[in-house]
Write a protein that binds this ligand. Sequence first.
Ligand SMILES: Cc1cc2nc3c(=O)[nH]c(=O)nc-3n(C[C@H](O)[C@H](O)[C@H](O)COP(=O)(O)O)c2cc1C
Length: 369
Amino acid sequence: MSKQQEIKFAYWVPNVSGGFVVSTIEQRTDWSYDYNVRLAQAAEKNGFEYALTQIRFTAGYGAEYQHESVSFSHALLAKTTHLKVIAAILPGPWKPVLAAKQLATIDYLTQGRIAINVVSGWFRGEFDAIGEPWPEHDQRYVRSEEFIRCLKGIWSTDQFSFDGKYYQFKQYTLKPKPLQQPHIEVFQGGSSRAARDMAARVSDWYFTNGNSVAEIKKQVDDIREKAQLNQHQVKIGVNAFIIARDTALEAQAVLQDIIDHANIPAVHAFGEATREAGAASKEGEGNWAKSSFEDLVQYNDGFKTNLIGTPQQIAERIIELKQVGVDLILSGFLHCIEEVEYFGEKVLPLVRALENAQAQSSAISEKLA
Ligand SMILES: Cc1cc2nc3c(=O)[nH]c(=O)nc-3n(C[C@H](O)[C@H](O)[C@H](O)COP(=O)(O)O)c2cc1C
């Protein structure tokens, strides 16, 4: 099986304090640079192709300290050799011209290993605090789509012109263009109607919160059908909080412990803030619109994906996700470094073995047909 056909793995970079669960349980995960360098090096050694940083300017629900995403991504790239780091960027605080120039430079400095995650904003308190206007839900996606069109235009064409609602360009030529051609890879986060439609038109990758295989399949089918009509190709990444342990009982006990020690006021505060996300869209769907208290203990509904159990159980569930069209698993862990290593040693070889077995059996069926 070719590398291209393999499902890919990314991990969440803890550039924000508090780990990845809103719980008082011990998390041997740290937001310092030193810890993050060791984690990035462990991840690239253990089969992770991508790392995703987060952008936060303020947070009242546990993620109290936050390193800025673009500079942090660059610093991780400087200490690694083949990992790609995806820098989260919020239209509003960033203008496309600055993002395009900043990322093109980093692309040069890192031999083409930077990517971008365009996030559209769900945390109104943050925008109010930094004096940024707060467009209503679907308008935020109109702006993000223009942002992505501008980035791709600036990165790939000379004399780029654009006349949008939010951004205008007149014959702008960026020099040098990024090393990655035709452009730096563009990811996006969100799962409302507006987010999916944007993915089906302009993004290279669609990131969504954790969910069951059946619910993820609905999103994949919906986006791929629309993308086809737009003659656009988009890959899919799904969030999962992975708890891999030698026995299923141990893994379930860890999950229970995390939930039993949930930081209740912080989870409620986070839940309140998310009402401006999918729940505020016209259709009232999207990220966190249907999340329970337990779901919200992991910031991006990562328990719902159910990659919790033995290496074999997790590998089989990853293959189920691949079968419904998922291209990448975005993973979060309780104790990042040690669990990235455990994943690389125990889970990943099983995933690759299952993928190979499947490829062989489809080749045999094709021959017989
Ligand atoms: C994988 C992933 C990563 C995200 N990273 C960030 C981030 O770093 N900062 C941020 O403000 N929002 C982030 N978001 C939030 C989204 O951009 C979006 O605002 C949110 O999911 C609500 O989307 P919806 O209303 O379309 O469902 C992320 C979302 C996902 C799925």
